[in-house]
Design a protein around this ligand. Structure first.
Ligand code: SF4
Ligand code: SF4
Length: 291
């Protein structure tokens, strides 16, 4: 089959997104597929805890404008052309604030004195490794944002590029929670957006936001309900009203939480979870999604 990219996301953290992403990757590998699991939750990546893989990393670097104090005439052109407000004139030189600079190069091109240059700045790393799972294989790619850095989307895009290079039948993306730029970077261009939610008021509110994101990006949606039966909200009713398929429900079960907390691969011993992941894998590989 042609490669498919499945993004697993949630409007809020703690709904079980990683449980579903790692479980789906393992389920697909168990069916003989080669799967790339791309952990794009770069502020707290933890998919590697479920797979015994030796990982090797490479830094993620972004361009950063920087003025040469000796050559700068303090004309202010760079400050005026920067669309992100990243340049200020301080003392005798133009100063670039790294957190605001998008590395667009406009100030470098515009500087009449040739004083504005560019250097590379590390913002995180992407690690990767591979292991056999049943008859298939899981390539794990994980992005990690350096502590104190804010450029999560750059690390996510680097992780996704690395995932594309891995060569697999399916890419499963563990997206960051929420609907910010990071979530957009992790999900844009996916073939299917699996939204993991829970039957609580918070879960329902943030599910609606996440669905809005998926629709804005023109990605088909599917919902997985986690901790089914633990709250007052009917996820099924929401899905019916919004015409989004509720693909699987994972019961509120201490055994699921126990296996997850101990870093054991989801599925397997917990029958109801394994069944839910199998149904989700059917949906991911089924004709309705493949066309
Ligand atoms: S445009 Fe060039 S010379 Fe002018 S303030 Fe900026 S860095 Fe200095
Ligand atoms: S590279 Fe672009 S974003 Fe960065 S300071 Fe220059 S104009 Fe602003």
């Amino acid at each position: 089959m042609r490669r498919r990219t499945i993004a697993v996301a949630s409007g809020k953290g703690g709904t079980g997104k990683t449980l579903v992403a790692t479980g789906l990757a393992a389920e697909l590998a168990g069916r003989g597929f080669t799967v790339t699991l791309a952990d794009c939750d770069v502020e707290a990546p933890n998919d590697h805890l479920f797979f015994p893989i030796e990982l090797h990393g490479a830094p993620v670097e972004v361009p950063l404008a920087e003025a040469d104090a000796a050559a700068c005439t303090r004309c202010g052109v760079c400050r005026d052309v920067c669309a992100y407000g990243a340049v200020r004139l301080l003392g005798d030189v133009a100063v670039v604030f790294p957190e605001l600079c998008h590395g667009c190069g406009a100030c470098v091109t515009a500087c009449p004195a040739g004083a504005m240059g560019e250097r590379r700045r590390r913002v995180g790393e992407v690690v990767r490794g591979s292991t056999a799972v049943g008859p298939g294989r899981v390539h794990l790619v994980a992005g990690t944002l350096d502590i104190g850095e804010v450029k999560a989307p750059d690390v996510i895009r680097a992780a996704r590029r690395s995932a594309e290079e891995a060569g697999s039948d399916v890419i499963v993306i563990d997206a960051p929670p929420g609907t910010s730029c990071s979530a957009v970077a992790a999900t844009r261009g996916a073939d299917l957006l699996v939204l993991v939610t829970e039957p609580t008021a918070f879960g329902a509110h943030d599910l609606a936001l996440a669905a809005e994101l998926g629709r804005a990006l023109d990605i088909p949606l599917a919902v997985v309900e986690n901790r089914a039966g633990s709250g007052p909200v009917s996820v099924a009713a929401w899905c019916s009203a919004e015409k989004v398929p509720l693909v699987a429900s994972i019961p509120f079960d201490r055994a699921v939480a126990g296996a997850y907390a101990e870093g054991r691969l989801p599925g397997g011993e917990v029958r109801a979870l394994a069944d839910a992941l199998a149904v989700l894998a059917d949906h991911v590989t089924g004709e309705a999604v493949l066309v």
